[in-house]
Design a protein around this ligand. Structure first.
Ligand code: ATR
Length: 268
């Protein structure tokens, strides 16, 4: 019988996940379908239990439910430490996972950039930064968190066990760094003229990874190009966090390029 999958969020109408996963299912000839469901916070537990009761193959959880979903699953140790779930599998139990950090690692890896022992400046201290920080710390990256609100950088750094700094310290920090990650919403549509760093503080030995994917070419990525740094855009993370969810649910190797093509088509 056909297996159903879904993503729960609010709002959800612009989610690219249905296109990405349906393209993957179709490529591998799997009798599966993926839909987006708008779920209010008060209904989240019922929706997850309902999906389990109806034999869903798995779920993704997106904004604003990733933190709340933790309570309604048995999270794996990474999801528990991050404090958020973006993927649920149903094998005798409601298991919570978080593939966002692995998605970020894979985005770098496919560009030939390893994270073990690398000096990473992570801008941001919200949900995305949190997922990246815990995963990257586990993989042996040396992380400094910089955030507009310094108290949040300090709190996240304490949880992860890494360093923190103010956004005004970026210039000095970047001199000795291998990777800059923008995990803030700076530069996202419609504020496309904003950037956390300009060309003059970037350098050719740096990889600049922007998790923002709308627009595809952010101002930060443009500045990175001008500085001779290696630019990596946010689509890669979006695709790889989905690919890792697909791997958890199906046990199969995800067709990453098919998924990327579907996302790029969805972004127009
Ligand atoms: P997400 O779950 O996508 O990470 P979030 O939790 O709302 O979203 O976090 C947004 C991040 O972008 C935060 O680090 C935020 O900084 P603050 O903690 O100071 O709010 C950062 N951010 C958003 N707008 C920003 C801006 N204009 N300048 C600098 N940082 C900004």
């Amino acid at each position: 019988m056909k297996k159903v999958f879904g993503v729960l969020g609010d709002p959800i109408e612009h989610s690219l996940s249905p296109a990405m996963h349906n393209a993957a299912f179709s490529k591998l000839g799997m009798d599966c379908e993926y839909h987006a469901f708008r779920v209010r916070q008060k209904d989240l537990n019922d929706a997850i239990l309902g999906a389990q009761a109806m034999g869903f193959g798995g779920l993704n959880i997106t904004v604003p439910h990733k933190e709340k979903a933790l309570e309604f699953t048995n999270p794996d140790s990474l999801a528990r430490r991050i404090g958020a779930v973006n993927t649920i599998s149903f094998n005798n139990e409601i298991r919570g996972h978080n593939t966002d950090g692995l998605g970020a690692e894979m985005a770098l890896r496919e560009a030939g950039v390893g994270i073990k022992s690398s000096n990473v400046v992570l801008a941001g201290a919200g949900g995305a930064a949190r997922a990246i920080a815990f995963h990257f710390a586990e993989k042996g990256a040396c992380i400094t968190i910089a955030n507009r609100t310094p108290e949040k950088a300090e709190a996240l750094a304490k949880d992860v066990g890494c360093s923190h700094a103010g956004m005004e310290d970026l210039k000095g920090l970047l001199q000795d760094s291998d990777i800059l990650i923008n995990a803030t919403s700076v530069g996202m549509h419609p504020y496309i003229d904003s950037t956390i760093a300009s060309q003059d503080i970037l350098h050719p030995d740096l990889t600049v990874f922007d998790i923002v994917y709308n627009p595809l070419q952010t101002k930060l990525l443009h500045q990175a190009e001008l500085a001779g740094a290696k630019p990596i855009g946010g689509v890669a993370m979006l695709v790889h966090q989905g690919a890792e969810a697909f791997r958890i649910w199906s046990g199969q190797k995800p067709p990453v390029e098919v998924m990327r093509k579907a996302v790029l088509e969805g972004l127009g």
